[in-house]
Write a protein that binds this ligand. Structure first.
Ligand SMILES: [Zn+2]
Length: 243
């Protein structure tokens, strides 16, 4: 309670000096709004995957015999203002924003499960595995947005974030590649370390955008090559892009 009051006071003070604005519409945020204004949050083009078991097999055979799941919060269309949510999280030096998105999304997944009475994606996930970023890109960007999103989800759910996936070689930003290049761009560049830690666990790969599934497919391949034997692998992405 005291922590929340202190956070509100700090936020109010910062707002007086440098007003926070919504990345979608540019409106000034109130003290109670968490990085996106309420109006944009309500009109977010949701996929409806939040409370549903959308099979991961649409994207990848996860190799565990389980269908897994693919959760995506909203549709990503680069021609709309909502695309600025992803752009801001990735390119605007805003790790706190990416983390806030993870928190908002996790809260929505949990409340969808509560309202529907159907256990949601997060009910059986034991480990969050962010899609890794090569150190050379990390050096330039300063943070891995997928890891920040996972940390935001973790703050709400308590599910730990692990670092068993690593990028051995640099690759170009997936969202800027066409479908076949996406596949070639990543193959053999990710690696899973300490595979024994993942045996028997229900895992969720965490990414910012899912398009063709090339990234999650490469993550699953890396897990399989390392000898990891997770009980299931799912995907939690912030957005689903059609192209
Ligand atoms: Zn807005």
């Amino acid at each position: 309670m005291i922590g929340k009051i202190l956070t509100d006071i700090r936020r109010f003070s910062l707002d007086m000096i440098a007003p926070r604005t919504c990345p979608c519409c540019g409106a000034r945020l109130s003290e109670t709004e968490d990085e996106i204004c309420l109006r944009c949050l309500v009109s977010l083009p949701r996929t409806g995957y939040a409370g549903l078991r959308t099979p991961l097999r649409d994207f990848v055979d996860n190799g565990s015999g389980e269908p897994g799941f693919c959760a995506a919060w909203f549709f990503y269309d680069h021609t709309t203002d909502f695309a600025d949510i992803i752009r801001s999280a990735k390119f605007d030096d805003r790790p706190a924003f990416a983390r806030a998105l993870g928190r908002l999304y996790a809260r929505e997944l949990l409340s969808a499960a509560r309202v529907s009475g159907v256990p949601g994606h997060l009910s059986d996930v034991e480990i969050l595995l962010p899609v890794p970023m090569h150190w050379s890109k990390l050096l330039g960007r300063g943070y891995n947005q997928s890891r920040e999103i996972a940390l935001g989800i973790s703050e709400v759910t308590g599910i730990p974030v692990a670092d068993n996936l690593i990028a051995r070689k640099p690759h170009r930003t997936q969202s800027l590649q066409n479908a076949s290049r996406r596949r070639d761009n990543l193959v053999g560049k990710l690696e899973a370390i300490r595979p024994g830690e993942l045996d028997g666990a229900h895992i969720a790969i965490v990414d910012d955008v899912v398009t063709t599934g090339a990234t999650v497919r490469e993550c699953v391949r890396a897990l399989s090559v390392s000898g990891a034997r997770p009980a299931s692998v799912g995907l939690i992405a912030l957005a689903r892009s059609a192209n």
